[in-house]
Design a protein around this ligand. Structure first.
Ligand SMILES: Nc1nc2c(c(=O)[nH]1)N[C@H]1C(S)=C(S)[C@@H](COP(=O)(O)OP(=O)(O)OC[C@H]3O[C@@H](n4cnc5c(N)ncnc54)[C@H](O)[C@@H]3O)O[C@H]1N2
Ligand code: MOO
Length: 400
């Protein structure tokens, strides 16, 4: 059996690169940018008014009482106007081009209007209320780097520079596989010795959060059939995420089946809890990676978060976020295993604090919906009554 750290390192040594693809702008949300985005023009592209009011030439302002006759209206979305009489003004709307021969915008609220003449009522500064051309960034400057995670703000930038198609990192093609004769479908009534499958649904849902639309399968405990089905899945998919069938049971055929199919075992069994019987391997010939998680729901869930997510992030070229929480309870891990313990979190005086949850073990599927994530305890780590800051594996968003 290998330590959690060694297993984790081996998982990260076996990441893949799935290339790039072009997707529609809105479909790029949540994806990883695979092209450098440059400004196609200056930002902003012209001197633009930031207030509705009048545009004037500052130099001609002599007294507070002076009034400016309006020559016309500069509307956003219209060509640039020119102030003919330098002692007059042009009314201007937010977003419009500042007219030629003007350099200052005074908002309507700071003027008094009478018969098309405007008198400025407040002191003004030269150049006020103008967002100057290229003051944010100039043409050809880099706006977004390769490797940026695209969110709503980036979609706005991409739209601004006219990217209706965006080159993003391709996601691996994934098969989620349930194993076990005891499993029935969600819409079936289980017999007394059966249960409905849940792991595959959780995994498919988790993957959807990563924009991956996985296909799911169910394999029964028959070694020959298992091998036939696995062979095809290994050829058709980049990654197999399996649950169940990897411990010591008489029907836990997966390790032997992988061996007979020529899938290289990288490790089997990790000094961690839950999720100890995790089997990880690589099919060099068919170019597939196999995450074969132990079947207990908490084991599958924890392994997905602690091993698969960092693997996926590294495969896509992005850093995995590292969180910590302050665990408020004393706890002793009297084992040589790395332990992942379900916790609830809350913000106390600006600090994210965690409290451990009672659970009956890795078959306790309800504990997953009650917890916000897991804290990581090192082998034989003891936390006394003062609590301690610990690594935190977040499994829920803070906004839910
Ligand atoms: N002699 C030993 N027995 C066990 C060991 C061991 O080291 N020696 N390890 C235990 C640990 S730890 C775990 S975790 C489990 C993992 O066993 P398997 O990966 O072989 O999984 P199964 O036996 O197939 O299933 C375990 C449990 O999970 C339920 N299950 C499976 N798939 C699903 C699914 N898709 N949805 C919901 N529930 C699922 C299954 O019905 C079982 O109850 O082994 C221990 N035993
Ligand atoms: O790996 Mo098991 O999850 O300890 O029950």
């Amino acid at each position: 059996m290998i330590s959690f750290k060694s297993a984790f390192d081996k998982v990260l040594e076996n990441t893949g690169d799935y290339g790039t693809e072009s997707v529609n702008l809105l479909e790029s949300n949540g994806r990883i940018l695979a092209e450098q985005i440059l400004a196609d023009r200056d930002f902003p592209p012209f001197d633009r008014a930031t207030k509705d009011g009048i545009a004037i030439k500052f130099k001609v302002v002599q007294t507070k009482k002076q009034s400016f006759k309006s020559e016309g209206i500069a509307q956003a979305g219209s060509t640039q106007l020119e102030l003919k009489d330098h002692s007059a003004c042009i009314e201007i709307m937010t977003g419009a081009m500042v007219p030629i021969n003007t350099d200052t915008v005074v908002m309507y609220e700071n003027t008094v209007q009478e018969n098309g003449n405007f008198t400025i009522t407040e002191s003004i500064k030269r150049g006020q209320n103008i967002h100057y051309r290229a003051s944010d960034i100039s043409e050809k400057s880099e706006l977004l780097q390769i490797g940026t995670k695209i969110g709503a703000a980036e979609i706005g930038v991409l739209a601004t520079v006219g990217k209706s198609q965006v080159k993003v990192k391709k996601l691996p093609k994934i098969a989620v596989v349930a194993t076990g004769n005891e499993l029935v479908e969600v819409n079936e009534i289980p017999l007394p010795y059966q249960i409905r499958k849940s792991n595959t649904y959780s995994l498919v849902a988790l993957l959807r959060d990563k924009n991956i639309h996985a296909d799911s399968f169910h394999l029964v405990d028959d070694k020959l059939i298992l091998k036939q089905r696995l062979k095809k899945l290994l050829a058709d998919y980049d990654v197999l995420l399996l649950s169940g069938g990897v411990s010591k049971g008489k029907y836990d055929f997966l390790p032997a089946a992988f061996d007979e199919l020529g899938v290289k075992k990288i490790f089997h069994k990790v000094l961690q809890r839950p999720g100890k019987p995790f089997w990880f391997g690589k099919d060099e010939a068919r170019k597939a990676i196999v995450f074969s998680f132990p079947g207990n729901p908490v084991s599958t869930f924890v392994n997905y978060h602690v091993h698969f997510i960092p693997w996926l992030n590294k495969s896509l070229g992005i850093e995995s976020s590292q969180f910590t929480v302050f665990l408020e309870n004393p706890i002793a891990n009297n084992t040589g295993l790395t332990v992942f313990m379900g916790v609830n979190t809350r913000i106390k005086e600006g600090i994210l604090c965690a409290n451990m949850l009672r659970t009956s073990g890795s078959g306790d599927i309800l504990s997953l919906s009650r917890s916000d994530g897991f804290v990581k305890l090192e082998p034989n780590q003891v936390i006394n009554g003062d609590g301690a800051e610990l690594p935190f594996i977040r499994t829920k968003n803070f906004d839910v």
